[in-house]
Ligand binder design. Structure first.
Ligand SMILES: Nc1ncnc2c1ncn2[C@@H]1O[C@H](COP(=O)(O)OS(=O)(=O)O)[C@@H](OP(=O)(O)O)[C@H]1O
Length: 149
């Protein structure tokens, strides 16, 4: 069996067992990496194929809410094959709108109202980027968008 394997791999028959194992390990690692990167690339292709829609405008604001919602342009293509692979079926990008408000100012209610709209994807929990996580930088705040959004 070992000799047949060595013949297939075109290596000398007298290869020590330890080296043979290392060679096999290396080949398996190479194949695993190849499959990993192939899969990551195809996932990224799926994620970007269904998202041709331009950035949407923010919903109309009420009279007292002129400074509560701040728009941001989405990063045109913040997706990388690896990030798409790790988050399953989505891409990472900056949010198109941010809700800013004081504590007990009704920001949660506003978020829940916006979330009802079928075209709006919102974060689950409040990320508290500006008051608690600003030092982590913009890369941390990237919003994970489901496929096609
Ligand atoms: N439209 C409207 N009118 C009056 N009051 C409202 C409205 N929307 C939300 N709320 C009340 O706001 C409180 C929650 O605010 P937040 O979501 O900002 O809370 S938090 O700071 O994020 O925890 C919370 O108050 P408490 O129940 O006293 O905590 C909500 O009842």
């Amino acid at each position: 069996m070992g000799q047949r394997l060595n013949r297939c791999l075109d290596v000398p028959v007298a290869l020590p067992p330890l080296r043979r194992r290392l060679l096999l390990l290396f080949i398996m690692l190479f194949l695993w990496l190849y499959m990993f990167y192939s899969c990551a690339g195809s996932c990224a292709g799926l994620a970007t194929r269904g998202s041709p829609s331009p950035p949407r405008a923010a919903p109309p604001l009420g009279p007292g809410e002129e400074s509560s919602v701040e728009e941001q342009r989405a990063a045109p293509d913040a997706a990388s094959p690896i990030s798409s692979f790790f988050n399953g079926s989505g891409t990472k990008r900056l949010p198109q709108a941010i809700i800013i408000g004081v504590k007990k100012g009704g920001t949660r209610a506003l978020l829940e109202f916006l979330r009802v709209h079928p075209d709006v994807r919102a974060v689950g929990a409040e990320p508290h980027f500006f008051d608690r996580n600003y030092e982590r930088g913009l890369a941390w705040s990237l919003f994970i968008c489901p496929q096609g959004v």
